[in-house]
Design a protein around this ligand. Structure first.
Ligand SMILES: Cc1cc2nc3c(=O)[nH]c(=O)nc-3n(C[C@H](O)[C@H](O)[C@H](O)COP(=O)(O)OP(=O)(O)OC[C@H]3O[C@@H](n4cnc5c(N)ncnc54)[C@H](O)[C@@H]3O)c2cc1C
Length: 294
């Protein structure tokens, strides 16, 4: 590991100023679970590390006036996993509690996962899957952008060199009746080969809406609008009954074709194609039979 200077600001504004002052060598560090590995193998060699650990505003969860859930970017997986959340927001805790291993969950943060933008990571896929928005701070003022615009590709985000991700904002509970997250990995501590998020709002009183998002198979999480249309139009709750599985199969087939048309160019992508079919089918059937979607 190359030598570096550790900087510990108390506020986001101070952190942004330090990034600017020590550009281009300064990097933000949150839990260090990705960055320290990169520094150890020398694929990253920052001159200055700007720690988010002392910025109280960046850790923890709050509710906005409109019912959105505001998750500070430096909130660890462990804190998310042990926080009781209402309705479908609870899925965030489930996702955070079922990845990597305990040491990584104790240190790793939701913001770090989004900024690393590894296609296999769960939180970027989940954030895109539920239509989260991200808050970013910079010297000229703050900005917000949808998660799907933030994650641009493998290891690539919309973040500028002197910008800090400050929060991940989940939309209010009425946005969806039910959210289902499914993933496939070989071992329990492995990153996902494919993950799927199905979000569904039924039509009573408001238009039906659905979102089907696939992570892991492409550089950035990708939505499958054709599969989502099928999901939004499918019978739900008790009406779906045993038929939910065959309806789910059709939605799974549609999603796989949208993401990797024809099964893709090689064996890996054909494997992922089958995983998308299976996981979307299962997630859609679960969404359609969840009591919340009745
Ligand atoms: C053994 C192991 C297994 C893992 N398995 C999984 C898994 O199964 N699923 C999964 O989803 N993930 C997995 N991970 C990845 C883990 O989720 C990430 O390493 C972690 O979330 C990164 O967060 P961090 O806070 O440690 O980020 P850091 O390592 O501190 O930072 C990562 C990058 O993000 C930047 N950054 C961090 N926070 C901000 C911010 N707020 N604003 C701007 N830039 C920022 C840093 O500059 C750096 O470039 C695994 C990691 C390990 C080591």
């Amino acid at each position: 590991m190359r030598p570096f200077t550790w900087l510990a600001p108390d506020t986001t504004a101070e952190a942004v100023a330090l990034l600017r002052e020590h550009a281009p060598g300064a990097r933000v560090i949150a839990g260090g679970q990705s960055l320290l590995l990169a520094m150890k193998d020398r694929t990253a060699g920052p001159s200055h590390l700007v720690s988010l650990g002392g910025i109280a505003d960046l850790a923890g969860l709050t509710s906005a006036e409109d019912g959105s859930l505001v998750v500070g970017a430096a909130t660890t997986y462990a804190v998310l996993a042990r926080t009781a959340l209402p309705g479908w927001h609870e899925v965030l805790a489930d996702v955070a509690g079922d990845l990597a291993d305990r040491p990584v969950r104790n240190r790793g943060t939701i913001g770090g996962a989004l900024c690393t933008a590894d296609p296999r990571y769960d939180l970027p896929a989940f954030a895109v899957g539920v239509g989260a928005t991200l808050r970013v701070s910079r010297a000229g003022g703050d900005r917000t952008l949808p998660a799907e615009e933030f994650v641009r590709g493998a290891g690539e985000t919309a973040l500028g060199p002197d910008e800090i991700l400050t929060a991940v904002v989940l939309p209010p509970l009425p946005t969806w009746d039910v959210v289902v997250f499914e993933k496939f990995r070989h071992r329990v501590f492995d990153a996902a080969i494919v993950s799927v998020t199905c979000a569904l709002r039924q039509g009573a009183g408001s238009p039906a809406a659905a979102r089907v998002t696939i992570g892991g198979a492409t550089g950035a999480p990708v939505t499958a609008p054709g599969a989502a249309r099928l999901l939004a139009g499918a019978p739900s709750g008790e009406k779906a009954g045993n038929g939910a599985t065959s309806v789910g199969d059709g939605i799974g087939d549609a999603a796989a074709e949208e993401v990797l048309p024809g099964g893709g160019p090689d064996e890996t992508s054909r494997y992922q194609y089958e995983l998308i079919r299976t996981l979307v089918s299962r997630a859609a059937a679960r969404a359609l039979t969840d009591p919340g979607s009745a």
